[in-house]
Design a protein around this ligand. Sequence first.
Ligand code: ATP
Ligand code: MG
Length: 341
Amino acid sequence: QPRVFSGVQPTGNLHLGNYLGAIIKFVALQHEHECLYCVVDMHAITVPQDPQELTRTIREVAAAFIASGVDPKKNIIFNQSQVSAHAELAWILNCTARIGWLNRMTQFKEKAGKDRENASVGLYVYPVLMAADILAYKATHVPVGEDQKQHLELARDIAQKFNNDFSASIARHGYGEAFFPQPEPLIQGAATRVMSLRDGSKKMSKSDPSDASRINLTDDADAIAAKVRKAKTDPEPLPSETAGLEARPEAENLVGIYAALGGISKQDVLNDFGGGQFSAFKNALVELAVTKLGPIGAEMKRLVADPGSIDKILGDGAERADAIARPNLAAVKDIVGFVRR
Ligand code: ATP
Ligand code: MG
């Protein structure tokens, strides 16, 4: 039976990349499947966070889900630290995952930077916690941006190794051939990797120090207009075919953003704007972005003004998430050979 899980870190300003790469799909999937959408606060502290700011951002991410159209009654919206199964399963899976596997993770290399010796151990084992997030619910589908593809592959490897290592015990406990399903990444659409507005070779990120590099979900119309108009481009007009976007990362990025926001293909965008000047296209993009993001940002601000209501939604979500994860964790402990209370 399909089950969707995905998480967003409360690490700063939510941006257009998070929206188009992940949150917009959360909204679409809720109509077909059981979905869990998690504010992954334990991932956030793998790099330093100001505690008061973290508290505020946890609520803001929950507000972003709801403001974007994720129904908190239909879906389970919660924060990771309220459901202890994530941490408990992560420990067991730390003993399944191999150091060699983690050494290949590119996100760790990027986030640790040059001073790798000084990165937290948590940052290093982050992908194992992410595998635990997904597998605690035996989730089958994980909507994420392109940047999370490698971590999803690792989660699949961990699931498979656990199933292999414990195959006899899994069978003995009556779970058949495999305990964990192989979670499938859902990486689809015209903007699976939204790039920085300042540098077409870097992805748009919450942690980028330049605010001009991203469009935040809470940016007002003036800020959106200023950032899009200042966005880096090359001097050529837009091509009329998508093949002409190759080797033009900044142009391709803006066309992809327009397509994803408008729910059309990149070719559709070029049919309308190909051959024309960038300035006209940018004006249309500003208008589209303000129309789509303006109401979301306004609703987010309204929701965070009432933290009590958000905390109630998170608490209710945690209870429902816990009810799914707890029996799965108990089964894992049996399979490993632990003795129950
Ligand atoms: P950080 O810089 O702290 O890692 P982030 O912007 O990468 O923040 P995450 O919370 O790590 O955001 O990711 C949340 C979701 O947003 C993930 O599914 C991720 O793949 C997606 N995502 C993040 N950045 C982009 C992007 N630039 N384009 C498309 N999807 C993205
Ligand atoms: Mg990230």
